[in-house]
Design a protein around this ligand. Structure first.
Ligand code: ARG
Length: 498
């Protein structure tokens, strides 16, 4: 019996219309799934033979042609044919054409494209999540570098984008690490949700053939077998979870980018970009723009769009496979690519920033950033209720502003305080109002003092080591499973049954 180019066309009497073909095939998107589809097929075939669902003599031609498909893929010769619809039918057809239908035709026993597509996507996604985690570690280390150098570098801390209180540049940098540590949690959680084995769920209900799902779970390096067949076939929440982790991560990268954009403005002047990570204007010769930061900020929208795309796709779907689900992959792929591209460039851009520390110090001095420290001094040393201290210092600031002066005019500041019966010597006042000293006097845990920032750096470095170990062990589990599969494939091919 002849099998047509469409593997499912037995009941059909006419060819698919070309418009229908163009509209429905997913081969461009699916290309990156080829090695995963082949791995899944190898494991499935090994399982079928172990369970005596196919004969041991059927197994080696199937494995030989899967292996050929993989080497063709690595050499750029295995290109997906759109008339075969998707990666699954391309790989299966390759095996059937090579091994003959009497062997190759047995590969799809007890399997559906519905559990296959989920197997491939989960295998691919879990690796992408780990790649993203590794790149995020590199970015965190760039921030550790900045923080370590600048535990005593003062800069104005902002609220409402207005000068608030002096902080150290190291404190600012560690805030991002603290933030990214939560991104790791979300990414690892998405990894765990992704890392369950759908293979064996069949089209939706399982199968009456005696398959062994535990075997395929182990050989594909999945953490567990996804128990419920209908649930796993319908499941795309692992993608939603991944995309939401990525969207939140992109929000964080975008917030950092926003700071880069305005800190590099003439008005702020807090940092300078290295020429290698800036661009110019085609008409205005003086321009130097923070395009990396702007594009990162701009690309957040893609990832948020991907999440919205996926969730709106899912929200009205009945259980079971629906073709709508094919649309899950392009936004996921795009998001992986975008996030990885941002994470690859941001550490390099960050490491080459020049911080204008003089300007930072000057700004701290220029606009009453130590007003709260003065109020706190009055609380501690004069026993005045804070609300009144706030009022007293507010009064002093108001008077100074009126005459275009700042705390720099210590005599005037002391006189204004004295008018409210508060005597502070000029030297004490100088020390209270000095931003750098304010930093050193900060006491609270988690605050901006150099001591706290150093402790946080140490703690975060420790957490990053654990994260790196977590990435390594997950990667190893995947690699070991892959190697085990390939060993079994090789030994079957080399010692075919007689
Ligand atoms: N290309 C499909 C997808 O990505 C594969 C599953 C097809 N299943 C089906 N019953 N048509 O979702």
């Amino acid at each position: 019996m002849k099998i047509g180019s469409k593997l499912w066309a037995g009941r059909f009497t006419s060819e698919m219309d070309n418009l229908m073909l163009d509209f429905t095939h997913s081969t461009e998107t699916d290309s990156r799934l080829i090695p995963y589809d082949i791995w899944g097929s190898q494991v499935h075939a090994l399982m079928l033979s172990r369970q005596n669902i196919i004969n041991s003599t059927d197994l080696s031609p199937i494995l030989i042609w899967l292996e050929k498909a993989l080497s063709d893929f690595h050499e750029g010769r295995f290109v997906l044919d759109p008339t075969k619809e998707d990666v699954h039918m391309n790989v299966e057809s390759y095996v059937i054409e090579g091994a003959g239908v009497e062997f190759g035709g047995k590969l799809h026993t007890a399997r559906s494209r519905n559990d296959q597509v989920l197997t491939d996507t989960r295998l691919y996604s879990r690796e992408q999540i780990l790649i993203i985690c590794s790149n995020l570690v590199v970015l965190c280390k760039a921030f550790i570098g900045i923080a370590t150098k600048h535990t005593t570098t003062v800069m104005p801390g902002y609220t409402h984008t207005q000068h608030a209180q002096p902080i150290s540049l190291g404190f600012w940098a560690t805030a991002y690490i603290s933030m990214f540590l939560r991104d790791f949690k979300r990414l690892f959680s998405a990894f765990e949700t992704t890392n369950t084995n759908p293979l064996g769920a069949g089209a939706l209900s399982g199968t009456n053939l005696p398959i062994d799902r535990t075997f395929t779970t182990e050989l594909l390096g999945f953490q567990s077998t996804h128990q419920h067949a209908l649930d796993v076939i319908s499941s795309r929440d692992f993608i939603a979870e991944t995309l939401s982790a990525l969207a939140i991560l992109m929000t964080n990268l975008s917030r950092f980018s926003e700071e880069i954009v305005y800190w590099t403005t003439y008005e702020f002047g807090l940092i300078q970009l290295d020429d290698s990570f800036a661009s110019g204007s085609s008409i205005m010769p003086q321009k130097k723009n923070a395009d990396v930061a702007e594009l990162t900020r701009g690309r957040f929208s893609q990832v948020l769009g991907a999440l919205v795309d996926l969730l709106s796709n899912l929200k009205s779907l009945p259980l079971g496979y629906n073709r709508d689900l094919q649309e899950d992959k392009p936004p996921l792929w795009r998001s992986f690519d975008t996030v990885i591209a941002c994470l690859k460039i941001l550490p390099k851009m960050s490491q080459t920033l020049t911080f204008n520390t003089d300007r930072m110090a000057q700004l701290c001095q220029a606009n009453f950033s130590t007003a709260t420290e003065l109020a706190n001094y009055l609380v501690q040393e004069k026993g005045i209720p804070f609300r009144q201290c706030h009022d007293i210092v507010g009064n002093v600031v108001g008077q100074l502003v009126k005459s275009n002066q700042t705390f720099d005019n210590l005599d005037r500041t002391a006189r204004l305080l004295a008018e409210m019966s508060i005597e502070i010597s000029i030297s004490d006042l100088a020390s209270i109002l000095a931003p750098r000293e304010a930093l050193l006097r900060n006491k609270s845990s988690g605050g901006t003092s150099p001591k706290e920032v150093k402790a946080m750096i140490e703690e975060f470095e420790h957490q990053l080591e654990n994260i790196e170990a977590g990435i390594r062990s997950r990667t190893e589990q995947i690699e070991l499973a892959y190697e085990r599969t390939q060993k079994m494939v090789k030994s079957t091919i080399q010692n075919p049954p007689v």
